[in-house]
Design a protein around this ligand. Structure first.
Ligand code: MRU
Length: 347
Protein backbone atom coordinates (compact mmCIF):
# COMPACT_ATOMS: atom_id res chain seq x y z
CA UNK A 1 0.00 0.00 0.00
CA UNK A 2 1.31 3.45 -0.88
CA UNK A 3 1.26 5.66 2.20
CA UNK A 4 2.59 9.19 1.64
CA UNK A 5 1.72 10.33 5.18
CA UNK A 6 1.27 8.38 8.40
CA UNK A 7 1.06 8.81 12.14
CA UNK A 8 3.28 6.19 13.71
CA UNK A 9 3.67 6.06 17.51
CA UNK A 10 2.46 9.67 17.63
CA UNK A 11 5.12 10.71 15.12
CA UNK A 12 4.16 12.21 11.77
CA UNK A 13 6.05 10.61 8.90
CA UNK A 14 5.95 11.78 5.32
CA UNK A 15 7.33 9.99 2.30
CA UNK A 16 9.92 12.25 0.66
CA UNK A 17 8.56 12.32 -2.90
CA UNK A 18 11.63 14.15 -4.21
CA UNK A 19 13.55 10.89 -3.65
CA UNK A 20 11.15 8.72 -5.66
CA UNK A 21 11.29 6.47 -7.56
CA UNK A 22 14.81 5.57 -6.43
CA UNK A 23 14.50 5.75 -2.65
CA UNK A 24 11.61 5.30 -0.25
CA UNK A 25 12.69 7.62 2.54
CA UNK A 26 10.40 8.95 5.25
CA UNK A 27 10.89 12.34 6.90
CA UNK A 28 9.94 12.67 10.55
CA UNK A 29 8.02 15.91 10.98
CA UNK A 30 9.19 16.97 14.42
CA UNK A 31 8.17 20.60 14.04
CA UNK A 32 6.12 22.76 11.72
CA UNK A 33 9.23 24.18 10.00
CA UNK A 34 10.08 20.71 8.67
CA UNK A 35 6.60 20.43 7.24
CA UNK A 36 6.76 23.89 5.65
CA UNK A 37 10.10 23.07 4.06
CA UNK A 38 8.78 19.70 2.82
CA UNK A 39 5.77 21.37 1.21
CA UNK A 40 7.88 24.11 -0.39
CA UNK A 41 10.24 21.66 -2.05
CA UNK A 42 7.40 19.25 -3.00
CA UNK A 43 8.57 16.41 -0.79
CA UNK A 44 4.85 16.27 -0.04
CA UNK A 45 2.44 17.51 -2.69
CA UNK A 46 -0.89 17.03 -4.48
CA UNK A 47 -3.95 19.07 -3.48
CA UNK A 48 -5.81 16.63 -1.16
CA UNK A 49 -2.58 15.47 0.46
CA UNK A 50 -1.59 19.09 1.08
CA UNK A 51 -4.90 19.52 2.92
CA UNK A 52 -4.11 16.51 5.11
CA UNK A 53 -0.50 17.57 5.72
CA UNK A 54 -1.60 21.10 6.60
CA UNK A 55 -4.01 19.74 9.22
CA UNK A 56 -1.39 17.55 10.91
CA UNK A 57 1.18 20.35 10.59
CA UNK A 58 -1.18 22.81 12.27
CA UNK A 59 -1.60 20.39 15.17
CA UNK A 60 2.18 19.91 15.47
CA UNK A 61 2.81 23.66 15.33
CA UNK A 62 0.24 24.64 17.94
CA UNK A 63 1.23 21.73 20.22
CA UNK A 64 4.43 23.67 20.96
CA UNK A 65 2.31 26.12 22.96
CA UNK A 66 2.69 25.14 26.60
CA UNK A 67 0.66 27.88 28.33
CA UNK A 68 -2.95 27.76 29.52
CA UNK A 69 -4.06 31.11 28.19
CA UNK A 70 -6.66 30.88 25.39
CA UNK A 71 -5.79 34.27 23.84
CA UNK A 72 -2.11 33.32 23.62
CA UNK A 73 -3.00 29.93 22.16
CA UNK A 74 -5.38 31.48 19.60
CA UNK A 75 -2.60 33.86 18.58
CA UNK A 76 -0.20 30.95 18.10
CA UNK A 77 -2.84 29.14 16.01
CA UNK A 78 -3.26 32.16 13.75
CA UNK A 79 0.51 32.46 13.22
CA UNK A 80 0.90 28.74 12.46
CA UNK A 81 -2.00 28.92 10.00
CA UNK A 82 -0.40 31.86 8.19
CA UNK A 83 2.95 30.10 8.08
CA UNK A 84 1.55 26.94 6.49
CA UNK A 85 -0.76 28.93 4.21
CA UNK A 86 2.20 30.88 2.84
CA UNK A 87 3.66 27.76 1.20
CA UNK A 88 1.53 26.93 -1.85
CA UNK A 89 -1.37 29.17 -2.85
CA UNK A 90 -3.16 27.25 -5.61
CA UNK A 91 -4.40 24.03 -3.99
CA UNK A 92 -7.48 25.16 -2.08
CA UNK A 93 -7.47 22.01 0.09
CA UNK A 94 -4.59 23.46 2.07
CA UNK A 95 -6.28 26.69 3.20
CA UNK A 96 -9.59 24.89 3.57
CA UNK A 97 -8.16 22.44 6.14
CA UNK A 98 -6.47 25.26 8.04
CA UNK A 99 -9.71 27.24 8.15
CA UNK A 100 -11.52 24.19 9.53
CA UNK A 101 -8.95 23.79 12.29
CA UNK A 102 -8.91 27.46 13.24
CA UNK A 103 -12.74 27.45 13.33
CA UNK A 104 -12.58 24.51 15.72
CA UNK A 105 -10.26 26.49 17.99
CA UNK A 106 -12.81 29.34 17.98
CA UNK A 107 -15.72 27.00 18.69
CA UNK A 108 -13.87 25.47 21.65
CA UNK A 109 -13.15 28.76 23.41
CA UNK A 110 -13.64 28.16 27.14
CA UNK A 111 -12.33 24.57 27.04
CA UNK A 112 -8.87 23.63 28.29
CA UNK A 113 -5.94 24.03 25.89
CA UNK A 114 -5.26 20.29 26.15
CA UNK A 115 -8.85 19.48 25.15
CA UNK A 116 -8.54 21.78 22.15
CA UNK A 117 -5.24 20.19 21.11
CA UNK A 118 -6.80 16.70 21.36
CA UNK A 119 -9.71 17.79 19.21
CA UNK A 120 -7.36 19.30 16.63
CA UNK A 121 -5.53 16.00 16.28
CA UNK A 122 -8.82 14.16 15.91
CA UNK A 123 -9.91 16.64 13.27
CA UNK A 124 -6.66 16.13 11.33
CA UNK A 125 -7.18 12.35 11.47
CA UNK A 126 -10.75 12.74 10.28
CA UNK A 127 -9.70 14.95 7.32
CA UNK A 128 -7.23 12.18 6.41
CA UNK A 129 -9.75 9.34 6.70
CA UNK A 130 -12.45 11.32 4.89
CA UNK A 131 -10.13 11.86 1.95
CA UNK A 132 -9.46 8.12 1.77
CA UNK A 133 -13.21 7.51 1.45
CA UNK A 134 -13.66 10.33 -1.07
CA UNK A 135 -11.02 8.73 -3.31
CA UNK A 136 -12.82 5.37 -3.12
CA UNK A 137 -16.10 6.99 -4.15
CA UNK A 138 -14.52 9.01 -6.98
CA UNK A 139 -12.81 5.86 -8.26
CA UNK A 140 -16.04 3.82 -8.23
CA UNK A 141 -18.08 6.57 -9.90
CA UNK A 142 -15.42 7.41 -12.47
CA UNK A 143 -15.00 3.77 -13.43
CA UNK A 144 -18.36 3.99 -15.25
CA UNK A 145 -16.76 6.39 -17.75
CA UNK A 146 -13.89 4.05 -18.65
CA UNK A 147 -14.63 1.64 -21.49
CA UNK A 148 -12.95 -1.74 -21.70
CA UNK A 149 -9.66 -1.60 -23.65
CA UNK A 150 -9.38 2.11 -22.92
CA UNK A 151 -6.23 3.99 -23.71
CA UNK A 152 -6.02 6.77 -21.13
CA UNK A 153 -3.68 9.74 -20.90
CA UNK A 154 -2.92 11.39 -17.57
CA UNK A 155 -0.77 14.32 -16.51
CA UNK A 156 1.21 14.94 -13.33
CA UNK A 157 0.31 12.70 -10.39
CA UNK A 158 -3.21 12.48 -8.99
CA UNK A 159 -2.77 9.15 -7.28
CA UNK A 160 -2.12 7.76 -3.82
CA UNK A 161 0.94 10.00 -3.60
CA UNK A 162 -1.30 13.05 -3.88
CA UNK A 163 -4.15 12.04 -1.58
CA UNK A 164 -5.11 10.11 1.56
CA UNK A 165 -6.40 7.17 -0.49
CA UNK A 166 -6.08 5.58 -3.93
CA UNK A 167 -6.04 8.94 -5.68
CA UNK A 168 -8.53 10.89 -7.78
CA UNK A 169 -7.65 10.55 -11.48
CA UNK A 170 -5.50 7.48 -10.78
CA UNK A 171 -8.19 6.20 -8.41
CA UNK A 172 -10.55 5.98 -11.38
CA UNK A 173 -7.95 4.07 -13.39
CA UNK A 174 -7.17 1.74 -10.46
CA UNK A 175 -10.88 0.96 -9.98
CA UNK A 176 -11.32 0.26 -13.71
CA UNK A 177 -8.33 -2.08 -13.59
CA UNK A 178 -9.62 -3.81 -10.45
CA UNK A 179 -13.02 -4.22 -12.13
CA UNK A 180 -11.25 -6.37 -14.74
CA UNK A 181 -11.19 -3.83 -17.55
CA UNK A 182 -8.15 -3.72 -19.78
CA UNK A 183 -6.64 -0.26 -19.61
CA UNK A 184 -3.43 1.22 -20.89
CA UNK A 185 -2.17 4.47 -19.43
CA UNK A 186 -0.01 7.02 -21.24
CA UNK A 187 1.82 9.07 -18.63
CA UNK A 188 2.98 12.61 -19.41
CA UNK A 189 6.40 13.05 -17.81
CA UNK A 190 5.25 16.48 -16.52
CA UNK A 191 8.14 18.89 -16.70
CA UNK A 192 9.69 20.62 -14.86
CA UNK A 193 9.51 18.39 -11.78
CA UNK A 194 8.56 15.12 -13.50
CA UNK A 195 5.70 14.04 -11.25
CA UNK A 196 4.42 11.86 -14.09
CA UNK A 197 7.74 10.18 -14.85
CA UNK A 198 8.84 9.76 -11.25
CA UNK A 199 5.58 9.22 -9.36
CA UNK A 200 2.69 8.16 -11.59
CA UNK A 201 4.71 5.45 -13.35
CA UNK A 202 5.90 4.22 -9.93
CA UNK A 203 2.32 3.94 -8.68
CA UNK A 204 1.02 2.27 -11.85
CA UNK A 205 3.84 -0.24 -11.67
CA UNK A 206 2.83 -1.20 -8.14
CA UNK A 207 -0.73 -1.80 -9.38
CA UNK A 208 0.58 -3.76 -12.40
CA UNK A 209 -1.34 -1.45 -14.72
CA UNK A 210 0.16 -1.34 -18.22
CA UNK A 211 1.58 2.08 -19.05
CA UNK A 212 3.79 4.00 -21.39
CA UNK A 213 5.76 7.10 -20.46
CA UNK A 214 5.81 10.00 -22.92
CA UNK A 215 7.32 13.46 -22.83
CA UNK A 216 4.76 16.23 -22.59
CA UNK A 217 5.15 17.25 -26.22
CA UNK A 218 4.14 13.79 -27.54
CA UNK A 219 0.47 13.91 -26.57
CA UNK A 220 -0.64 15.70 -29.76
CA UNK A 221 0.94 13.12 -32.00
CA UNK A 222 -0.66 10.27 -30.01
CA UNK A 223 -4.08 11.87 -30.25
CA UNK A 224 -3.69 12.44 -33.97
CA UNK A 225 -2.99 8.73 -34.37
CA UNK A 226 -6.21 7.99 -32.41
CA UNK A 227 -4.26 6.28 -29.67
CA UNK A 228 -6.02 8.10 -26.79
CA UNK A 229 -9.66 7.42 -25.82
CA UNK A 230 -9.84 9.75 -22.86
CA UNK A 231 -7.74 12.07 -20.72
CA UNK A 232 -8.22 12.15 -16.99
CA UNK A 233 -6.46 14.48 -14.56
CA UNK A 234 -6.85 15.80 -11.02
CA UNK A 235 -7.36 19.38 -9.88
CA UNK A 236 -5.91 21.88 -7.45
CA UNK A 237 -8.85 24.25 -7.40
CA UNK A 238 -12.16 24.32 -9.26
CA UNK A 239 -14.12 27.56 -9.48
CA UNK A 240 -17.94 27.80 -9.29
CA UNK A 241 -18.20 27.74 -13.08
CA UNK A 242 -16.01 24.61 -13.44
CA UNK A 243 -12.82 26.38 -14.58
CA UNK A 244 -10.08 24.13 -13.22
CA UNK A 245 -6.53 24.82 -12.06
CA UNK A 246 -4.22 21.83 -12.36
CA UNK A 247 -0.56 21.14 -13.09
CA UNK A 248 0.96 23.32 -15.80
CA UNK A 249 0.37 21.62 -19.12
CA UNK A 250 -3.20 20.55 -18.39
CA UNK A 251 -4.57 23.45 -20.42
CA UNK A 252 -2.48 22.45 -23.46
CA UNK A 253 -3.86 18.92 -23.14
CA UNK A 254 -7.39 20.34 -22.92
CA UNK A 255 -6.89 22.28 -26.16
CA UNK A 256 -5.54 19.14 -27.83
CA UNK A 257 -8.52 17.16 -26.57
CA UNK A 258 -10.96 19.68 -28.03
CA UNK A 259 -9.17 19.61 -31.40
CA UNK A 260 -9.02 15.81 -31.55
CA UNK A 261 -12.45 15.24 -29.95
CA UNK A 262 -11.05 13.31 -27.00
CA UNK A 263 -13.02 13.72 -23.74
CA UNK A 264 -11.19 15.43 -20.87
CA UNK A 265 -12.33 14.41 -17.40
CA UNK A 266 -11.36 16.11 -14.16
CA UNK A 267 -11.52 13.94 -11.03
CA UNK A 268 -11.68 15.82 -7.72
CA UNK A 269 -13.45 15.78 -4.36
CA UNK A 270 -15.73 18.52 -3.09
CA UNK A 271 -12.80 19.75 -0.97
CA UNK A 272 -11.07 20.95 -4.16
CA UNK A 273 -13.97 23.20 -5.21
CA UNK A 274 -13.74 26.86 -4.29
CA UNK A 275 -17.28 28.12 -4.56
CA UNK A 276 -16.27 31.53 -3.21
CA UNK A 277 -14.87 32.39 -6.63
CA UNK A 278 -16.84 32.68 -9.85
CA UNK A 279 -14.24 31.66 -12.39
CA UNK A 280 -10.66 30.59 -13.01
CA UNK A 281 -9.33 34.14 -13.37
CA UNK A 282 -9.62 34.42 -9.59
CA UNK A 283 -7.46 31.36 -8.86
CA UNK A 284 -4.02 32.34 -7.50
CA UNK A 285 -1.31 30.64 -9.54
CA UNK A 286 1.89 29.67 -7.77
CA UNK A 287 5.08 30.74 -9.51
CA UNK A 288 8.09 28.45 -9.00
CA UNK A 289 11.78 29.25 -8.98
CA UNK A 290 13.25 29.20 -12.49
CA UNK A 291 16.09 26.92 -11.41
CA UNK A 292 13.54 24.09 -11.65
CA UNK A 293 13.38 24.69 -15.42
CA UNK A 294 17.08 25.32 -15.85
CA UNK A 295 17.66 21.90 -14.29
CA UNK A 296 16.22 18.52 -15.12
CA UNK A 297 16.50 15.74 -12.54
CA UNK A 298 19.15 17.79 -10.71
CA UNK A 299 21.36 18.46 -13.76
CA UNK A 300 21.61 21.82 -15.56
CA UNK A 301 20.01 21.77 -19.02
CA UNK A 302 20.37 25.50 -19.78
CA UNK A 303 23.01 28.08 -18.92
CA UNK A 304 22.63 29.48 -15.43
CA UNK A 305 21.22 32.98 -15.56
CA UNK A 306 18.78 32.05 -18.35
CA UNK A 307 15.47 33.94 -18.01
CA UNK A 308 12.61 31.67 -17.02
CA UNK A 309 8.84 31.69 -16.63
CA UNK A 310 7.56 28.97 -14.35
CA UNK A 311 3.92 28.89 -13.28
CA UNK A 312 3.22 25.65 -11.38
CA UNK A 313 -0.38 25.47 -12.61
CA UNK A 314 -2.65 26.62 -15.41
CA UNK A 315 -6.39 27.04 -15.66
CA UNK A 316 -8.48 24.99 -18.05
CA UNK A 317 -11.66 26.83 -19.04
CA UNK A 318 -14.88 24.94 -18.36
CA UNK A 319 -15.87 24.65 -22.03
CA UNK A 320 -12.93 22.32 -22.65
CA UNK A 321 -14.00 19.91 -19.88
CA UNK A 322 -16.29 16.99 -20.69
CA UNK A 323 -17.22 16.25 -17.06
CA UNK A 324 -16.00 16.51 -13.48
CA UNK A 325 -16.00 13.29 -11.47
CA UNK A 326 -16.73 13.85 -7.77
CA UNK A 327 -17.70 11.65 -4.83
CA UNK A 328 -21.27 12.90 -5.25
CA UNK A 329 -21.51 11.97 -8.92
CA UNK A 330 -20.46 13.10 -12.37
CA UNK A 331 -20.97 16.79 -13.11
CA UNK A 332 -21.66 17.70 -16.72
CA UNK A 333 -22.13 21.12 -18.33
CA UNK A 334 -23.61 23.61 -17.63
CA UNK A 335 -21.13 23.45 -14.74
CA UNK A 336 -22.19 26.60 -12.89
CA UNK A 337 -25.74 25.21 -12.41
CA UNK A 338 -24.81 21.56 -11.97
CA UNK A 339 -22.02 22.20 -9.44
CA UNK A 340 -24.52 24.04 -7.23
CA UNK A 341 -27.10 21.28 -7.62
CA UNK A 342 -24.72 18.43 -6.78
CA UNK A 343 -23.44 20.16 -3.67
CA UNK A 344 -26.98 21.23 -2.63
CA UNK A 345 -26.35 24.96 -2.88
CA UNK A 346 -28.96 27.59 -3.63
CA UNK A 347 -28.92 28.77 -7.27
O1 MRU B 1 2.76 20.67 -7.85
P1 MRU B 1 2.02 19.42 -7.45
O2 MRU B 1 2.79 18.18 -7.69
O3 MRU B 1 1.49 19.54 -6.03
O4 MRU B 1 0.77 19.40 -8.42
C1 MRU B 1 -0.17 18.37 -8.28
C2 MRU B 1 -1.25 18.40 -9.27
O5 MRU B 1 -1.33 19.28 -10.10
C3 MRU B 1 -2.31 17.34 -9.16
O6 MRU B 1 -2.84 17.03 -10.40
C4 MRU B 1 -3.45 17.88 -8.27
O7 MRU B 1 -2.95 18.39 -7.07
C5 MRU B 1 -4.47 16.84 -7.99
S1 MRU B 1 -3.88 15.59 -6.93
C6 MRU B 1 -5.16 14.53 -6.62
Amino acid sequence: MINPIALHNNKLLILDQTRLPGNEVYIEVECVDILVDSINRLAIRGAPLLGIAAAYGFFIGVSEYDGNDYAGFRNKCRRIKELIESTRPTAVNLSRSLNQLLNLVDEMKGRSIQEIKDSLLNKAKSIHETDRLLCEAIGEIGNSLVPNNASILTHCNAGALATGGIGTALGVIVKAHQAGKKVHVYVDETRPLLQGARLTTWELQQHHIPMTLITDNMAASLMKRKRIDLVIVGADRIASNGDTANKIGTYSLAVLCAFHKVPLYIAAPETTFDLSIENGDQIPIEMRDGTEIIHCAGKPVAPSGTNTYSPAFDVTPNDLIQAIITEKGIIEPPFDENIKTIFNLES
